[in-house]
Design a binder for this molecule. Structure first.
Ligand SMILES: NC(=O)c1ccc[n+]([C@@H]2O[C@H](COP(=O)([O-])OP(=O)(O)OC[C@H]3O[C@@H](n4cnc5c(N)ncnc54)[C@H](O)[C@@H]3O)[C@@H](O)[C@H]2O)c1
Length: 327
């Protein structure tokens, strides 16, 4: 199969390396508005570089991977879907609920598959917790704790257009809480603070946040996020039930001394290297019809609705029902 990849930045360069290594992929076309960036990545992985989406689509691709900046995802997905090609897109589909729904409608109309990049679903530790929950090995689930702690804040330009810490960052935790439990989030109570750079407050955002989610069976999930975890990149999940508990991500490289003893993870590329590779292998299987969709657009929308509820709760200073979120 021949794949197209559009957006040769941080995550795009990583995905290009993975795609070039997959046995099912025997041709790769890399596109970026920054011509030098597209060529640098293409040359490194033995791919062809092009300048525009039209050129990428005309190159005879079987499927496309979208790893451009967030604000471009919705339009690119719709154009690729209209060309009849299956799409893998990094989160988010669109910055808001209305935009996401419009893309989902266009994808459905085009009759193509859309897989969204919530790669934690492919993390072996998190998948093992899900399996234990599904098989009832933890008994009745009572509490989940999920965290996304970045080692250092992104630049002001990124924060200004990120949509805020819940939509940009904790949305991964919200997706994983739904996926691991198979339950829906009913209510969110969230708060946040700023003790770091002033550009968070200037963007009406926070640098550190916590959200308590109440699931439809009464299970509680506590999600925390910070842009200032100087010890390293820390993504962990704990599940506590009446018959046992499991944790994911507390390995030697977790930035939590003295429990962890190795070189701390510096970022998502290291922590989720294998999960990113697994999600693209799964997308290949989806394209060839040998696998199922590991994260549909509807699943991504459900996680976004929780993030919207969290943002609303933080701003209003009260618990918010997910069904209150404007649809
Ligand atoms: N799943 C994850 O863990 C994860 C991690 C990092 C980033 N992301 C997502 O991936 C996306 C990219 O993030 P990044 O950190 O790699 O950004 P980045 O800024 O490093 O790269 C984006 C690239 O897209 C290119 N680009 C922008 N608009 C384009 C267009 N219209 N056509 C072609 N190329 C275009 C830019 O020139 C740049 O090279 C974001 O939406 C982000 O939310 C997801």
């Amino acid at each position: 199969m021949r794949f197209g990849l559009i957006g040769a930045g941080r995550i795009g360069a990583l995905h290009a390396t993975t795609l070039a290594s997959l046995p099912a992929v025997n041709g790769l076309v890399v596109c970026d508005i920054d011509r030098g960036q597209a060529r640098a990545v293409a040359d490194r992985v033995g791919a062809v570089a092009v300048d525009t989406l039209d050129e990428m689509l005309a190159a005879g691709i079987d499927a496309a991977v979208v790893t451009t900046s967030t604000s471009t995802h919705a339009s690119l997905i719709q154009q690729i879907a209209a060309a009849g090609k299956p799409v893998f897109c990094e989160k988010p589909i669109a910055p808001d609920v209305a935009g996401t729904r419009a893309v989902l409608a266009a994808v459905q109309q085009a009759g193509v598959a859309l897989q969204v990049g919530f790669q934690r679903r492919h993390d072996p530790g998190i998948a093992a917790i899900r399996a234990a929950v599904v098989e009832g090995r933890l008994g009745d689930l009572h509490l989940l704790r999920s965290c996304t702690h970045d080692p250092a804040p992104p630049p002001a330009t990124y924060v200004a257009t990120s949509g805020g810490i819940f939509r940009d960052c904790a949305v991964h935790d919200f997706d994983i809480v739904r996926w691991v439990t198979g339950r829906e989030v009913v209510e969110v109570s969230a708060t946040g603070t700023n003790r770091g750079a002033p550009y968070f407050a200037e963007a009406s955002d926070v640098d550190t946040a916590a959200a308590t989610l109440t699931l439809d069976d009464g299970t509680l999930a506590i999600c925390t996020a910070t842009r200032y975890n100087g010890a390293g990149y820390d993504v962990r999940l704990e599940a506590h039930g009446s018959a046992g508990a499991l944790t994911a991500g507390l390995d030697a490289r977790a930035p939590l001394p003295p429990a962890a003893t190795g070189e701390p993870y510096t970022g998502f590329g290291e922590r989720f290297h294998d999960a990113y590779a697994a999600e693209l292998a799964a997308f290949c299987d989806l394209v060839t019809g040998t696998g199922t969709n590991s994260c549909t657009g509807e699943e991504a929308l459900a996680a976004l609705l929780v993030a919207e509820a969290a943002e609303l709760s933080r701003r209003k200073g009260r618990p918010v029902l997910v069904e209150e979120v404007p649809r």
